[in-house]
Design a binder for this molecule. Structure first.
Ligand code: SAM
Ligand code: DTB
Ligand code: SF4
Length: 332
């Protein structure tokens, strides 16, 4: 019988740094081996994002086009209607998505009519048979429990970067507050989606520390999105140098090695990547993408481009509600 490598929460900075900084092809090879032990290497989960409330956010996240204080082209929109959201979810399902993530430009969830509407959206979207994820800012245990009871599957709240670098990017809420929302999420038995962004001016040590924070959690986040900064005109990070594919690959491969069971999501930044670059990310352990020509407010490759990519690589989209671990007995 095959034994799977242990899932560890006692990683050190030194260990992760050695993994991250090793020669790239060795890193990819190691990550790919782990990936095959825990997941079907030809399967990719396709997810859809929908911005249910856009722009006008009071926070100062330097990367974000939805922060009210920056002068960007984002058009402010109040909460969408329940019908519009359910229609978008139906469309997402019919184009092959199995996870539907609703995002709101809120600092935190408030107990008001909008929240009641969001609960109804969750109820109706989950009844379509989709995994429902919410990313609505900070949330209390009580609010998260209500969302879970309505059918929410996952809550996304990114730690974004290392604790040290975080202060250079966001001042209106603290790293600890982020961690608290993640704890609240775990306390009510929702799955956690948490990752970050590279390309904001952080060092490789900051990237390693961000991964360390996630991998040291007693229970790893079930889902880890790795975003490349989409630099948007009008935000303080508008002139950041774009990250290279090699940097994305290093991040994804390291995340895969230290959090073998988690879904590693190749998230924002795919429009700047070649198909060959994306293939390297899948080889290194990424097993999910966001599909559709818009993320929340910024562009993403079209569904037809992704269909071509999947056909070329022989990838297939994950079937709905497959939470079971991959049966490794079929692998050589
Ligand atoms: N307002 C909520 C919050 O901040 O948690 C939810 C929505 S927010 C847009 C979700 C995540 O998107 C952020 O935590 C950040 O990691 C990512 N994000 C936002 N703008 C981005 C950008 N320009 N490039 C890459 N990722 C971005
Ligand atoms: C995540 O880590 N990336 C997604 C999802 N979680 C919510 C969001 C990316 C947003 C990119 C900028 C935008 O489109 O506004
Ligand atoms: Fe607001 Fe979220 Fe954007 Fe920060 S990332 S400004 S909290 S929408």
């Amino acid at each position: 019988m095959k034994t799977l490598p242990q899932i560890r929460s006692d990683w050190t900075f030194k260990e992760i740094s050695l993994i991250y900084n090793q020669p790239l092809l060795s890193l990819i090879y190691d990550a790919s081996k782990i990936h095959r032990k825990f997941h079907d290497p030809n399967e990719v989960q396709v997810c859809t994002l929908l911005s249910i409330k856009t722009g006008g956010c009071p926070e100062d996240c330097s990367y974000c086009p939805q922060a009210a204080r920056y002068n960007t082209d984002v058009r402010i929109h109040n909460l969408l209607s329940i019908e519009d959201v359910v229609e978008a979810a139906r469309h997402a399902k019919s184009s092959g998505s199995t996870r539907f993530c609703m995002g709101a430009a809120w600092r935190e969830v408030k107990n008001n009519k909008d929240f009641d509407d969001v609960l109804e959206m969750i109820r109706q979207v989950s009844s379509l048979g989709l995994e429902v994820c919410g990313t609505l800012g900070m949330a209390t245990e009580e609010q998260l429990r209500k969302m879970k009871n309505a059918g929410l599957y996952a809550y996304n709240h990114n730690i974004d970067s290392s604790e040290e670098f975080y202060g250079d990017i966001i001042s209106t809420r603290k790293y600890d507050e982020r961690i608290k929302t993640l704890k609240n999420t775990q306390n009510v038995n929702l799955t956690v989606c948490s990752g970050g962004i590279i390309g904001m001016g952080e060092s490789s040590d900051d990237r390693i520390k961000m991964l360390l924070t996630l991998a040291k959690m007693e229970k790893h986040p079930e889902s880890v999105p790795i975003n490349a900064l989409v630099s948007v005109e009008g935000t303080p990070l508008e002139n950041q140098k774009p990250v290279t594919t090699w940097e994305m690959v290093r991040m994804i491969a390291t995340a895969r090695i230290i959090m073998p069971e988690s879904m590693i999501r190749l998230s924002a930044g795919r429009t700047e990547m070649s198909q060959e670059g994306q293939a390297l990310c899948f080889l290194s352990g990424a097993n999910s993408i966001f599909s559709g020509d818009k993320l929340l407010t910024t562009p993403n490759p079209s569904v037809s481009e992704d269909e071509k990519l999947f056909a070329e690589l022989g990838l297939f989209p994950r079937s709905p509600h497959k939470h079971k671990k991959y049966d490794t007995s079929t692998l050589s």
